[in-house]
Design a protein around this ligand. Structure first.
Ligand SMILES: [Zn+2]
Length: 422
């Protein structure tokens, strides 16, 4: 046994010389909060999912910590202290710099890809590099009616493009987090075209209220919105690459590992998933990245890997003015354990009797807290605790894979975006 979680064994009863290795491939669906990674074997365009893991990033925590550090420094600078000469302004950002919270997503994902290729014979990586394929759109060909009714690949790329261009919010009222329709800015019935420059996204209410009304009439009492929509409709999404900056950085980092990296667009993933009838989850998206014919199965459980960090170097807590409030223990380890270790406690008697497996939080008193799948168990004596795996900066849990829709679904309406009728 090499590792407890994820479970890895080394086969000792065979030699490289006498074996044929089929190899596995990885699919990656990079997200802002979660990244799905699926290991699968592929033969002639048919995929079988073998292992699924979901990476939970801590970009939000990193951003908050940096913001609080910046606030403390700003406070120190403006305090009435001795004069400090300004530092010479020679600080520049290197080429390809991305914010630390985004850099963490890239580094974390690449780190897990290299771990997986250490444990399994990974032969290729498939990654979503962009949300939509600008090459497919660049021809500027109009969306045929059938393409948004039956969801062709081109139709899916158009949807993702429009969602990015209009900021995933209704163009007329600004509502977000609601189902959005494709809307013709100049109505079809009044000679408006099917070109991307005449399409926007609108909530169901606005879409129906506008219907075949000319846009100038629909927005008579809101001239500012009218001007904004007409301007934005003509402007192409110029920063398409910037929208996807993190994904490009991830692609560059993966390419640098030396593995063959195949790229695809998010629109294609959605289209694939609509054909196999798979539910929406980060890991199923990862399994559906790139060119494929069909998917014959996937694991029922997902390993959730949450980036937790490795604790803090600070050995004191400060109050809100920055003065020390309480001293923390000088050491990280107590009774041979450290916060973040994966442990198993067998408590024979008492209120906490039973077996508890999970991430431990240590205290110098020797009474530990263990965060298990079912919640936190507090005050477990270190005498009952056994180490399974040392802390490595991640917390591990599992959850069941998303449930499927019908095996052969009707033509889909598309993920969260429907065809408007006008
Ligand atoms: Zn609206």
């Amino acid at each position: 046994m090499v590792r407890h979680t994820p479970f890895v064994i080394r086969l000792k009863d065979r030699t490289v010389a006498g074996s044929t290795m089929q190899g596995v491939e990885l699919g990656i669906d990079p997200g802002s909060k979660h990244t799905g990674i699926a290991a699968f074997s592929e033969r002639g365009g048919s995929r079988i999912g073998l292992y699924a893991l979901q990476l939970d990033h801590r970009g939000g925590q990193i951003r908050d910590k940096l913001a609080s550090r910046a606030a403390l420094r700003r406070g120190r600078r403006s305090r009435n202290l001795r004069y400090r000469a300004p530092r010479f302004n020679n600080r520049t950002r290197p080429q390809g710099w991305i914010a630390p919270s985004l850099r963490h997503r890239v580094d974390g994902t690449v780190s897990w890809v290299s771990r997986l290729s250490r444990w399994a014979p990974v032969t290729a990586v498939h990654v979503e590099r962009v949300a939509f394929d600008t090459h497919l759109l660049s021809a500027g060909r109009p969306l045929e009616g059938v393409e948004y009714r039956y969801g062709t690949l081109h139709g899916y790329e158009v949807r993702e493009y429009l969602l990015a261009k209009w900021g995933r919010a209704c163009a007329y009222c600004g509502a977000s987090g609601v189902p959005l329709n494709l809307d013709h800015i100049h109505p079809r019935s009044r000679g408006g075209s099917n070109r991307i420059s005449n399409l926007c996204v609108a909530c169901v209410g606005c879409n129906q209220a506008k219907n075949a009304t000319p846009i100038e009439e629909f927005l008579t009492d809101r001239p500012v919105v009218l001007v904004k929509i007409l301007q934005q409709s003509k402007a192409p999404l110029r920063d398409a690459a910037a929208v996807n900056a993190t994904r490009w950085a991830l692609w560059r980092a993966l390419t640098a590992t030396g593995l063959p990296v195949a790229t695809a667009s998010g629109g294609r993933t959605k289209w694939n998933r609509s054909r196999t009838g798979a539910a929406k989850s980060h890991t199923l998206d990862a399994l559906h990245v790139g060119a494929l014919d069909h998917v014959t199965g996937w694991p029922s459980m997902v390993l959730v890997i949450a980036a937790t960090g490795r604790g803090t170097y600070a050995r004191t807590r400060a109050d809100r003015y920055g003065f020390p409030r309480l001293a923390l223990p000088r050491t990280k380890q107590h009774h041979g354990f450290q916060t973040g270790d994966l442990v198993r406690a067998v408590v024979p008697t008492g209120k906490k009797a039973g077996v508890h497996t999970g991430r431990v939080a240590v205290r110098s008193t020797g009474n530990f807290n263990i965060r298990t799948r079912h919640g936190s168990v507090r005050g477990i004596s270190h005498r009952h605790v056994r180490l399974l795996q040392r802390a490595d900066g991640y917390g591990y849990t599992t959850h069941p894979e998303a449930r499927n829709r019908a095996a052969f679904p009707p033509p889909p309406e598309g993920g969260g975006i429907h065809a408007g009728g006008n």
